[in-house]
Design a protein around this ligand. Sequence first.
Ligand SMILES: Nc1ncnc2c1ncn2[C@@H]1O[C@H](COP(=O)(O)OP(=O)(O)OP(=O)(O)O)[C@@H](O)[C@H]1O
Ligand SMILES: [Mg+2]
Length: 393
Amino acid sequence: MVTFEEVSKIYSDGTKAVDSLDLHVQKGECVVFIGPSGCGKTTSLKMINRLEEISSGKILINGKDIRESNAVKLRRNIGYVIQETGLMPHLTVAENIAMVLHLHKWDKPRIYRRVNELLEMAGLDPDTFKHRLPADMSGGQRQRIGVLRALAVEPDVVLMDEPFGALDPISREHLQGELLELQEKLHKTIIFVTHDIDEALKLGDRIVLMRGGKVEQVGTPEELKNSPKTAFVRDFIGEDQLSKISPDASISPLIEAAPLTVQPRMPAAEVLELMEEAGYETAQVVNRRGGWSGMVILNEVKKIARRNGPVDDAIRLNRKLRLEDATIRDAAQMLADRELPIPIIDGSNKLLGLITAAGVARLTIHRLTRSAPPTTAPEEKSEQKSERGVESV
Ligand SMILES: Nc1ncnc2c1ncn2[C@@H]1O[C@H](COP(=O)(O)OP(=O)(O)OP(=O)(O)O)[C@@H](O)[C@H]1O
Ligand SMILES: [Mg+2]
């Protein structure tokens, strides 16, 4: 249906936005482009309807080079939805949708029927909404109209550039669901751009993960999740999913390995030495079967060591969370009281790992910066990971 052959785009200022893109999108398929800001998603999309001209390579639609068609005619047969809907503010909903139908020289009765049909398809009562102006509707309703307008003439291909990006999470989920339902009926060929990995995993038959103008991996959602080709793919999927976690979610994604575990009845002096050597402020006391006996803190281990006691004498049992019933909010509250790591245990008292203030801070930092997903090189990332244990105390 849509084929990219070695397509590159170099803007006039020398920016190489897309670099040798090869991709074949099948009829009826929904392909989602995702990747960090500036990786070339919008440019790839705009080359399909010739809002941007290709610098080298070619794009074929139904086997025909798009440069052989007149750009205006080409665009009329390609639906296009953008984040700001592109609705005309002074035209009513019906007029906005009818506009594209007029371009296709539809007659008035046919336009009337089609507008009603489209509104009903999206669950918007035609009598209520036909005569509204875009400003008198919610963001979600406006965006639905944008989608309907793109589908109005039953185009072969629909391009969507972050169509739900400006909506609140609930409206966004609704519209995603509606798009999936529509797609089940209409089987359009959709090329969809998003920042949101959950959206990509939900809507895409295949996902194209881009980085710096190049394709990092193309695959089904399962392929990307289960067999990421590179550390970048793994991190992109992992970190973005992390940023979606609600405070009421399970703490499991935040659990890190405990960097120092010691056995019960070890002399406190020995434990002290281990802790001071590695610079840890806490250690976990774990028996041979992995059962958690408690946590010890440096200052208290020091006191017991002075009188040659066993580490057990310094043990504290009150600071812990059980995986099954703790939320991220619980962990954050506990860390707000005192920044020491929190041991996490399971139902049979086995130590699963720790939650640290540094781990929660990473989550927060990622949330705050998630409009621009991190582009840190994978090598730098793995370095950070290996330091986690040290950072955590
Ligand atoms: N008209 C232009 N002139 C010069 N450079 C441009 C132009 N449009 C985009 N670029 C550059 O091309 C690169 C790709 O831009 P593009 O808009 O395709 O990214 P994107 O993946 O859609 O990003 P975002 O997720 O932020 O929308 C960026 O470096 C951008 O600055
Ligand atoms: Mg873009």
